[in-house]
Structures are given as C-alpha cells and as structure tokens.
Design a protein around this ligand. Structure first.
Ligand code: ATP
Ligand code: MG
Length: 1034
C-alpha cells in the first residue's frame, strides 16, 4: 500500500498530478483543464484539490467500486492511495469516529455530472465497511432502499440526464458510539412540481408514473382505472418520449415495490399512494370546454368519477371546485365560475399540489421508518452523523426561470459556506502551526447572497411584496420594482440599466445577476405565479375532506382556518436553505465536485469548453487558490518521514526519535533551502512551498525505491533460501535419525540374535559330550554339520596323502569311519586307475621295497622314479648279440660300468637280462653270461653308490667270478634281476665292505665310504674303494 502512496505522482507527465495543489501553474485554468483531461483519458476520474474531490463522470463502468476497492480504502491514510470517493467517505467516517463530531459531504455539480451516483457510492461504502450487528441490518437496508423509492418519485428523464434528480436531498446517516449506522433522516428541497403537468420535448414526467403503468399488476391497474399505454395520458405524453430505451420501467417497478415492503409501507399506504398517483393521471385527462359566457365546463365526467373514487371526495364537489372559485366578500362567500384558462390552471395547480405534498409525505414516511428505534436503549449522547448533500449545481440555460434563480441562489449560499470554511480551516491550520498567514484575494459572495435574500431589500422580498400587493401585479411590474430597489447594486443589471453595450444581450423581461460563478440572465416570466404557487381555496377544501388518509395528512383543515397567507415558494426556499446552512455549519465539511465531460452522455469524450465552464461555476480555481495560498504541500511529520525516510541514512530504516526531528534531519540531508519549506511550530506538519521541491523529493524517492526493492528482494530471497535450506536440513536430519534408528535397531536385533546364538553355542559346547538333549542338540548338529562341511575342503586327494581333519571329540568314531571310507574309496579309485604296466611296475616296486626298504640310502628318493621296461632300446644292442640271445627274449637292458678283475679298471658295458640269464655285453661280444641258476646272490652297499655285485658260485668254473658293476638305476636293475631269478633272499645289503670273488677262488674286497666327492678307485691295499657323496645322487 505504501508503494501506492502518491504513486501516480511519478507518472505525472502521463496522467497528470492527482492533487491540483501540486500544479505549478496553479492559477492557470488551462493547466487545470489539461490535468483533468490527462487523467480522464487514463480513466482516472478523481483528482484532489487538497481534501476536495473533483470527479469527472466517466459515463461507463470502470470497475473501481468493487469490494476489494472498498477494503483497500478502509482505514487508510487519506493521501496514501489514489483519489477516490471512498477515500472521502472513509476519511469523514474515521474523523467522526475518532473525534466524535458530525460531518457532511457536499456533492455538487451540473445535472448529469454524477452527484447522485457519488452519494449512492458513499452510502454503499458505509453499508459495506461499517461494523454491523444483526439487529441493525434492517436499518442499513432501509437506508439503502430509501434511494430507489425517492428516485422513483423525485427523479425523471431530462435532456441532460436519464435519471435526473428533480429535488435537492440532504440525508443524515446516524452512527452510534461504535460507528454502527443506526438510522437516518432525509430532508428534501424544492421538488420540481411543474414537471407533473408539463414536460419539455424529449423529457419525461417522474419515473413512478411510467413504472406503475409498465409494471403494476393487472388488478391494481384495474382498481386504479388505468391503462398500460402512457400515451393515453396527457401528463405523460407531452415530451414525446414516454418509452425510453435506456430505462427499464418494468424492472424498476419491481425494485421499488420490493423497497416499499422493506421500508415499512403497508398495503393500505400503497393503495392510497397509488390512488393519488393514478388520480394525477386522470386529472391530466380532464378536459374543459368553454360555454357561452366563457365559463369552463367539463363535458366528460368519466375521469372526475375516477378521481373522486380514488381520492375519496364527492365527484360533484370536485367538479365544482375545478370550474368555480370561492370569493370571500366580507362576511359571505361568493362562488363564481372560472374561465376556461383558469380552470386549466386550477386543474394543474391541483395536480402539482397533490403530487408535491405527497412527495413530502413520502419523505416523512421514509424518515419515520429510518428513525433509530433503539434510540432510548443506546447512549443517545454519543450519536454522530454524516450528512450527504446531493443538491443541484449551478445552472445556466438559454432561458433561466424562477427555478434556476432558486438553484443558483442555493449554490451562492453553499459557495459562501465553502469559502468561509476552507479559508477558515486554512487559516486555523496556519495559526496552529505558527506559520505566517498571508491574506489571499478571493471573491466574497456575501454581497450576492445579500442581494437575493436580504429582508425587505433582497430580490426575494421584493418578489413576495409584488405577490401580495393589491392591484394588478405582473412579472413586468416586478422587474420595474427590482430596477427601482436594487438597480444600483453592482451585481444587478437590466436592459434599462445596462449601458448601450450590454443592452443588446438582455431582453425586456430579463434581469441579470453577476454570480460568483459568472453572470446569469433570468427571465421574469412566471416568477410571480411560481412564487405564489396558488391553489384555489375551493380545491383545498375538497382535498381536506378526502378520505384518502395520505391526502388528509397533506391537506390539513388547520391550513384553511389559518387566514394568513402561506409563505411564498421563494421564502420557503430561503428559509429551508438557511436551516440547511445551520445544519451544515455545525458539521465538518468534505466536498465532492462533479463535472460532466460532455453533453452527450458519451464515455471517453472530453469537451474542453464544457469542462472549463463547469470549473468556473464550481469555483474550483478559487478553491485551488485558497488551498495554495502559501504552501503547495503539507503533510504530518510521521507520514512525510514514513514515505521519504529511505533518502537519508540517519532515518533509514528506522527513526527512533520524535518524527519532527527525523524530518528535520531528513530535509537537511536532501538539501531543502530555507525558503522552500516551513516546519510547523506545533510540531505536527511540514509545509512545502513549491510543487517542484516535492517532485524532486519524489523522484529521488522513486530512484531509491528501486534500490530498496532490489535489496529487499535480495534479503527476502536470501531469507527464503535459508528457510528452504533449514527445512531441507531438518528433513535430512530427520531422515538420518530415522535411518540411524532403523540401522541401530537392526544391529541391536542382530546382536541379540548373536548373543542368543553364542549363548546357545556356549551351552552346547559345555554339554557337548552329554547325550543329545535340547541344550546341546543344536550345537552338536552344528558341529557335525560344520565338521562335515569343512571336511569337504580337507579330504585327501591321493592315497598317499595321510592328512585328515582333526575331528571334535564327539565325532571321533564317525571321523574314523569316514576316514576309512575315504581311504578305501581313494584306494579303490586308485586301483581302478592302475594300468597293467603300472601294476607290473608296482609289483616290481614291492619287490624293491622288500629288498631295500630301510637298508640302502637313496631308496626313498628312488620310489618316485618309475621303473622303465628297459634302459636300452633293441636298436642299441648289437645285432650280433641279438642274434645270440634274442631267442631268450630280452627282458631288460641297462648301460653299466664294469670294474674289471685286473686292477678294477672301469669299462663301459651293457647288462642285458633275459628269461634265463644275465649277459654282460661289450658291443658285439658277450663278455660274461650268468645263468640264473648259477646266480648265488646280489650285493649292494647301504650307501648311495650304484655298485652292485652279482655273485656266482665260486666253484662254478664256467664263470669267471663275481661281477662288479656300477649303474645309475641300481634299485631298478637289482629288482629286475631278482624278479627274473625268482629266488628269494639273495640280495645282501652290506655295510662298510663286502667280499667277493674276483675269479673262482680269488677274493677281493670293496670298501664303502662316504666323502665329499664321489669316486671309485683302487686303493693302496688293492681294494676297490667306493666313496659316496654325502647326499645320495643317482
Ligand atoms: N462514477 C460513475 N461511474 C459510472 N457512471 C456514472 C458515474 N457517475 C455518473 N454516471 C453516469 O451518469 C449518469 C448521471 O449521473 P447522476 O444521476 O449521478 O447525475 P446527477 O449529478 O445526480 O444529475 P442530476 O443533477 O440531474 O440529478 C448516471 O446515470 C450514470 O449513468
Ligand atoms: Mg442526481
């Protein structure tokens, strides 16, 4: 909202200023009109002059009267929002509530300028925004609904306005101490009665006639003796526009009927009321004819009968009253017939009187329904009011009559009030703030008011005098009287009095007044008649006797008995005006000035000439001058500081000291020159002399606003992000907490489970050797299972692998069984996998084992070496040898070294074994043949040497002696040999040395030693010494 504050100031080039006091050229009417036009073209129809609101009729719906708009203006500082009629209403209301005083809002302007609309908007604003209690809703509804009823009876279509108010209206809205609207009161002024009997071309009678005909129920119309067609009624058809497209009489009838029911009208009241309305229509159709003497007669009494019925009078008496006149001569009454012309006058006078007084009755009736019934129960003293004055504005037509005279007089009076009040208010403010008051020139229109209203000397008095004067008084004689009595007045002119120049512009029957708003020429024609507003006594008598209760209230017998002349219309009006001013003077004023932008009721059309004219007549320039006397702008320190505090670092963002000091600091900082401003002494307001100073400040503010906005945005965004971050963080923490909790619970669960398992395990372990029971059952099963499962990975892969997984105690026997089964299985598998050759070799190895196991070094290592079938291929055996022994079938052959008998020389030989014998072969020669039968034994050492000695019988002469051989595969060679020999226990493994026969009968010794180097040699004793390496090598 603060941003709105005078926000349009910044766009002033485009939409003008929203307060005229900010116009630099405040004395220029053109600048004024320009500003209005600029704003109007942007659909900104409201502009201020200080606290006065200027409103231009938009002639279109602008959507500025919505609920949200009402809420917007509620309780907001007056200048903070763009000008609006709601701001005026709200301001008055707030002031009333806070200061407990009375207010009025004066709405003025030309016909069609929007006064009635403005007053309705204000009423609506109060109805919607004021606090309300259930019980007081009816009061509010009545206040609102009194409008359509009054408009039906008091408004009519004119050339200027389709819904022109033909009476002045002052409405008090009463509020209780809580600011709740509790009741109201309406005063009406000068209803235009002449309209009842005559309308100009293009105009209509009061709405209610047409509404009744268009919307009234059949029975009602029948009862009233009416037809639907308005053309049938003289009083409705003179303007030739009974049907008007912009007006929906039928709908309006519904609204009015509904309103009647709310504002306390009984069916009897309505019957009487519409009886009167209908009788006026019938009256209009009463026709007169002149008889021979020129007296009026009524040939057709049809209408008279209807009137008599509806008004409850005798038809014959009515008929007489319409055509005759009672003249009182001293003590007796004489009845004399009326001329045709006078009868018509009498008829119309009756119609006007009846309608006019009925209207007054209606207003009174509405008032009685608006009276706050709870007045006694609620604190009466605290009741305050806001008055709404919707009154005709200054009127200047081509021909101006008595009505315009009254209306313009009324405006003179109100202008006087306004000038006095504004000037006074201005002066008091300056005095209060201790600022020097510079007297300003303004036109004091008291002189004109006096010209019109002064007792005995004023125009109204002169008119009254002329009316009661015996003898032939005419409008012309009245004019002459005026010339005589006020001819010297500076503001009065007639054709006769004007100089030769002005003469042409004034007619013979006219006089001219120089009003504050300009000069107006009035035609005196009809002044006397209208001022008199005469209703023949005869007719009055008839009406007094009416059985229609409304009429009886309107025409009191007392009036007949009172012999004094009733006050004239002019005087009545003067008196009611002075009492209105008394009402207003005691209240605080607000003003709304309505302007109509063009004569054609068109939207978006702005007629400069027309507007200029109204500005003049509404005295707006005058008002602006008064407001601008001295200072263009004034604002309470708080408000000024609140708006501009961002321009000074000392006052931004908060000023904690008194606002006055803040303002001082602020303006010092932005560099106001001393002549540009004044600070009020009573420490409430700052006054700025020139608009440009304010605009410069405003521009600076606009600039700083953008920076501030950016900063605020940044801060806000930062704040938002932080909030968002904190939110996410919280969420993350929560999630984490929950997840951790879940994990921990899961872990606890797991541990609990583990503890149980471990406990069970331990218990099982303790009882493991006991017979199977619940305590150890699972443990045992587990141990078994575990052992079996583990065993999978430790099963021996070969028969030789003797390893076995150590079983737990309870499984020892099972383990043994398993182990056996496993071994058996391995053995079986092994056995199945053994080939014939392999088997044979195995058997040989068994033999080797029997011979050498544990006896000769190198045996263990030899086990790994598979035995070959033969170490010599047959090709390597000399063919000769083959030929010699081939038939014996060679079983095995191996290269050997033979140590010969003489000197133990080492010779390369082959040892070849057949089925029958062993041969020592040197190339093609068989060096020795040992038949197995002759073989006595075989000796080896226990060391790792490859020496083998084949013993033969020493006695056998066929043999050369024992053979000493050395070969690489000594185990293999010995085994093969033994198996072929087929004798047991013939292998001798010796230690130390062995004896053998070098040749039959000659013994030799072989000594076996160990040493660092393997060698075989003949030692000095003639023995063969065999030294084996410490580590046996093949
Ligand atoms: N604020 C507004 N917004 C839209 N239309 C408006 C507004 N004010 C007036 N009008 C239009 O102008 C017409 C005349 O307005 P209104 O009856 O208030 O004039 P007035 O000043 O009361 O005239 P009169 O003196 O003849 O009674 C309304 O019927 C309406 O159509
Ligand atoms: Mg009006």
């Amino acid at each position: 909202i603060r941003l709105h504050m005078e926000g349009t100031l910044t766009a002033r080039d485009k939409v003008g200023v929203q307060d005229f006091v900010l116009l630099d050229a405040y004395t220029s009417e053109s600048a004024f009109v320009d500003n209005l036009r600029k704003r109007f073209s942007e659909n900104l129809i409201y502009t201020y002059i200080g606290t006065l609101l200027v409103s231009v009729n938009p002639y279109q719906e602008l959507g500025i009267y919505t609920m949200s708009q009402m809420e917007l203006y509620q309780g907001v500082n007056f200048f903070e929002l763009p000008p609006h009629v709601y701001a005026i209403a709200d301001n008055a209301y707030r002031m009333m509530c806070s200061e407990l005083n009375n207010h009025f809002i004066l709405i003025s302007g030309e016909s069609g300028a929007g006064k009635t609309e403005a007053s309705k908007k204000i009423l609506q604003y109060f109805a919607v925004t004021c606090p309300m209690t259930q019980s007081l809703q009816i009061a509010r509804d009545r206040l609102l609904l009194s409008n359509p009823v009054l408009e039906a009876f008091g408004n009519a279509k004119t050339l200027r306005n389709d819904n022109s108010s033909r009476f002045g209206k002052y409405m008090d809205i009463q509020f209780d101490f809580q600011g709740i609207p509790v009741g109201g009161h309406i005063i009406s002024y000068l209803i235009e009665k002449s309209r009842v009997v005559y309308q100009n071309h293009g105009e209509r009678n009061f709405h209610i006639f047409y509404q009744l005909l268009a919307g009234g129920e059949e029975e009602r119309l029948a009862y009233l003796g009416l037809e639907r067609d308005p053309q049938l009624y003289k009083y409705l058809s003179q303007g030739h526009c009974a049907k008007e497209s912009s007006i929906n009489d039928k709908n309006d009838w519904k609204t009015v009927s509904n309103a009647f029911s709310v504002i306390d009208f009984t069916e009897g009241d309505l019957e009487n009321l519409f009886g009167i309305i209908a009788s006026v229509l019938h009256l209009g159709n009463v026709g007169f004819e002149g008889d021979d003497q020129g007296c009026a007669t009524i040939p057709d009494t049809h209408e008279i009968k209807w009137i008599a019925k509806l008004l409850g009078v005798h038809s014959s008496i009515l008929l007489e009253a319409l055509t005759h006149r009672k003249i009182e001569a001293k003590t007796e009454e004489v009845i004399c017939p009326l001329t045709l012309e006078l009868s018509v006058y009498a008829r119309d006078a009756m119609a006007k009187a009846v309608y006019g007084r009925t209207f007054t009755w209606l207003v009174n009736k509405i008032n009685s329904s608006l009276v706050n019934k709870g007045i006694n129960t609620i604190d009466f003293t605290k009741k305050t009011v806001i008055g709404l004055l919707d009154i005709y504005g200054f009127e200047v037509f081509d021909k101006n009559g008595f009505e315009q005279f009254c209306i313009n007089y009324c405006n003179e009076k109100l202008q006087q009030l306004l000038i006095e009040r504004t000037l006074k208010a201005e002066q008091t403010e300056y005095e209060m703030e201790g600022i020097e008051w510079e007297p300003i020139q303004y036109f004091n229109n008291k002189i004109i008011c006096d010209l019109v209203e002064e007792r005995h000397k004023g125009i109204i008095s002169i008119l009254d005098e002329e009316c009661i004067r015996p003898g032939p008084a005419t409008d012309l004689s009245f004019l002459e009287k005026l010339e005589e009595k006020v001819g010297k007045h500076a503001h009065f002119e007639t054709r006769k009095l004007a100089g030769p120049k002005g003469r042409k512009r004034i007619g013979w029957m006219e006089f001219r007044l120089l009003h504050y708003a300009g000069e107006v020429t009035y035609c005196t024609k009809g002044f006397l008649e209208k001022n008199n507003d005469l209703l023949y006594r005869h007719l009055k008598e008839v009406l007094c006797k009416s059985t229609n209760s409304i009429l009886r209230e309107c025409f009191l017998v007392a009036e007949l008995e009172n012999r004094r002349r009733p006050p004239t219309v002019g005087t009545q009006f003067k008196n009611s005006l002075s009492s209105l001013l008394e009402i207003l003077i005691s209240k605080e004023p607000s003003y709304i000035r309505c302007i109509k932008p063009n004569e054609r009721k068109e939207p978006s059309k702005f007629d400069d000439f027309l507007v200029r004219h109204q500005i003049k007549y509404l005295g707006l320039m005058e008002h602006l001058r008064v407001r601008r006397a001295g200072f263009a702008y004034r604002r309470k320190y708080e408000h000024f500081l609140q708006r501009y505090k961002s321009l000074c670092p000392d006052t931004w963002p908060h000023w904690c000291g008194p606002p006055a000091e803040g303002v001082e600091r602020l303006i010092k900082y932005i560099g106001y020159k001393p002549e540009e401003y004044k600070l009020g002494n009573s420490r409430t307001k700052i006054f700025i002399r020139f608009p440009r100073t304010l605009f410069a400040t405003e521009d600076a503010f606009e600039f700083s606003k953008h920076q501030l906005v950016a900063r605020i945005q940044a801060t806000y965004k930062g704040c938002q992000e932080r909030r968002e971050y904190a939110r996410k963080r919280q969420a993350a923490i929560k999630l984490e907490t929950y997840w951790r909790g879940a994990l921990a619970r899961r872990e606890a669960e797991r541990r609990k489970w583990a503890v149980q398992i471990i406990r069970k395990f331990i218990k099982g372990f303790i009882y493991r050797n006991k017979p199977l029971c619940p305590d150890n059952e699972e443990f045992v099963v587990f141990v078994r299972k575990n052992y079996i499962l583990n065993l999978r990975y430790h099963i021996p892969k070969t028969v030789l692998d003797r390893s076995w997984l150590r079983p737990p105690g309870i499984l020892e026997s099972a383990s043994d069984l398993l182990r056996k089964m496993c071994t058996r299985n391995l053995v079986r598998k092994y056995c199945r996998g053994i080939t014939v050759e392999c088997k044979a070799m195995m058997q040989q190895k068994v033999v080797t084992s029997e011979i050498f196991r544990g006896k000769k070094e190198g045996y263990a290592e030899s086990l790994k070496q598979p035995f070959a079938n033969s170490r010599i291929d047959e090709e390597d055996i000399n063919p000769k040898v083959l030929q010699l022994i081939g038939h014996e079938k060679i079983q095995y052959g191996i290269p050997v070294i033979k140590y010969d008998r003489k000197g133990f020389k080492a010779r390369q030989r082959q040892l070849i074994l057949t089925q029958k014998a062993a041969y020592v072969v040197e190339l093609a020669k068989i060096k020795q043949k040992i038949e197995y039968s002759a073989l006595k034994g075989v000796s080896t050492s226990n060391l790792s040497d490859g020496i083998l000695v084949i013993h033969v019988s020493p006695e056998d002469n066929k043999q050369k002696g024992d053979v000493v051989l050395q070969c690489e595969h000594v185990f293999e060679a010995v085994t093969k040999l033994i198996m072929l020999v087929k004798k047991e226990n013939i292998v001798n493994v010796v230690q130390g040395s062995l004896q053998f026969y070098i040749s039959p009968g000659k013994e030799g010794t072989i000594a076996f030693n160990t040493g660092p180097e393997e060698q075989v040699y003949k030692d000095k004793n003639g023995q063969l010494t065999v030294v084996s390496g410490c580590v046996w090598r093949e």
